[in-house]
Design a protein around this ligand. Structure first.
Ligand SMILES: Cc1cc2nc3c(=O)[nH]c(=O)nc-3n(C[C@H](O)[C@H](O)[C@H](O)COP(=O)(O)O)c2cc1C
Length: 180
């Protein structure tokens, strides 16, 4: 798929077929996501693929902050990706001080780029995805035994699409762009 077509046709997918995405396809998606740019090439994003039904159910039922919409998406997806971030690198100097006034917020910036690259690569391979931002990060971290020093950035439900989606309305380029 051409890059622009991939960008323009990717949609958030919230209904999935039952079959799981294979390890080979997941590896190819993560390999593509590894080419994302990152702050000083720190590459802090990690992709924790939850296939275990009990762990997925635990996250759906106990980590979605009462937002049933996300609970349903996670329960209905064959796999859930927990995007995590290795701490104390992105935005930091070697002595532990912050490099810029954005302090450690570059971590989320990089995790966002990585997540979008992951979703675009997935779309190119026929795999649907939706990024989810409403969850309790501590509950998710505990559910997946997240390694010490990592934080949860986002959840991405993935699987083969079982719905056709129309793009929600976008702002016009006049609204988005300012030329000085
Ligand atoms: C940071 C972030 C958080 C999001 N959180 C959720 C969520 O919790 N649940 C959900 O169903 N969609 C979520 N979305 C998906 C957006 O609703 C979706 O991207 C937007 O409506 C545009 O639709 P499209 O992705 O199909 O273009 C999130 C997207 C982003 C980037």
């Amino acid at each position: 798929m051409e890059a622009l077509e991939c960008i323009k046709t990717r949609r958030s997918i919230r209904k999935f077929k039952e079959n799981a995405v294979s390890k080979d396809t997941l590896t190819a998606i993560v390999e593509a996501a590894s080419m994302s740019p990152s702050w000083k090439n720190t590459q802090i994003a990690r992709y924790n693929i939850v296939e275990n039904a009990d762990i997925k159910k635990d996250i759906a039922e106990n980590a979605t902050l009462g937002f049933e919409h996300n609970c349903g998406i996670i329960n209905g997806a064959p796999q859930l990706v927990v995007v995590s971030m290795v701490g104390m690198r992105c935005g930091y100097e070697k002595d532990g001080s912050f490099t810029t006034s954005k302090e450690d917020r570059w971590e989320m910036f990089d995790a966002g780029i990585a997540s979008q690259t992951f979703c675009l690569a997935a779309h190119d391979m026929g795999v649907g995805s939706v990024i989810m931002g409403i969850f309790d990060e501590d509950v998710v971290a505990k559910a997946i035994s997240l390694p010490e020093g990592e934080k949860v950035a986002a959840l991405i439900a993935i699987g083969y699409p079982d719905q056709e989606c129309v793009a929600p309305r976008r702002k016009t380029t006049d609204e988005l762009m300012r030329v000085l």
